[in-house]
Design a protein around this ligand. Structure first.
Ligand SMILES: *Cc1c(COP(=O)(O)O)cnc(C)c1O
Length: 231
């Protein structure tokens, strides 16, 4: 199947999940995760009307960003971000969102770079809902305190939460983690830690994005189902 056909299929499944959940399709953003795939794959998706893409490494994001400088692409950084790499993001106007803030050192560096270049970065806090040792992210228990600590920072705007659910063949088994992330965001909003409410829930990947949408995902990060298996 071509990338265009895959995209159509994913969009149809997103529509179905939205219908089941009584949600509007406009409220769900599909992020096409192009990591490890060539620029030509991104171009193929662009031709099929996809304009939002996700990369998990700064170096690869930079390469594709430059190669597609003139194209109407919105980029999302979804992978672990090392603080010494934040400076490379300063000039990227088309970087829409950093999904993976999970430690104070990183938050402070985003603040520092934002101040330096006069930019406010939109970010999400990454939460490790299943407490997996192998995964990055704040534990759900420490997330509220973490938000309180970084709330005073002026150059980073926390728009919501992100999670990477466990890899499984059974998407249903991840439903509780998606529901849990949704609940955590509502708890945080109720505590009024930030002056504005958070609205973004980045959750769901190729294996489980329809379940994530049923549980309130506003952004799904889909790679394999669009671009095929990675090496
Ligand atoms: C690779 C990646 C995805 C996409 O995974 P697929 O299973 O290929 O859809 C989503 N989120 C993050 C953070 C990733 O690194």
């Amino acid at each position: 199947m071509s990338i265009a056909q895959n995209l159509n299929e994913v969009r149809a499944l997103i529509e179905g999940a939205c219908a089941r959940a009584g949600r509007s399709v406009e409220d769900v953003t599909l992020i096409a995760v192009s990591k490890t795939k060539p620029v030509s794959a991104v171009e193929e998706a662009l031709k099929a009307g996809q304009q939002v893409f996700g990369e998990n490494r700064v170096q690869e994001l930079r390469e594709k960003y430059v190669a597609l400088e003139g194209a109407p692409v919105s980029w999302h950084l979804i992978g672990t971000l090392q603080s010494n790499k934040v400076k490379y993001l300063n000039e990227m106007e088309r970087l829409a969102l950093i999904h993976s803030v999970d430690n104070e050192k990183l938050a402070m560096e985003i603040e520092r770079q934002g101040e330096k270049c006069g930019r406010i970065f939109d970010v999400l806090l990454e939460v490790n809902m299943a407490h997996e040792d192998t995964k990055a992210g704040l534990s759900p228990e420490e997330a509220v305190d973490f938000l309180k600590r970084i709330a005073p920072l002026l150059h980073l705007n926390v728009k919501g939460l992100m999670t990477i659910a466990p890899f499984t063949e059974d998407a249903e088994s991840n439903r509780r983690y998606f529901a849990g992330l949704h609940e955590l965001m509502e708890t945080m909003n109720a505590k009024k830690i930030l002056p504005q409410e958070m609205h973004i829930l980045s959750m769901g990947m190729s294996g489980d994005y329809t379940v994530a949408i049923e549980e309130g995902a506003t952004h799904v990060r889909v790679g394999t189902a669009i671009f095929g298996e990675r090496q």
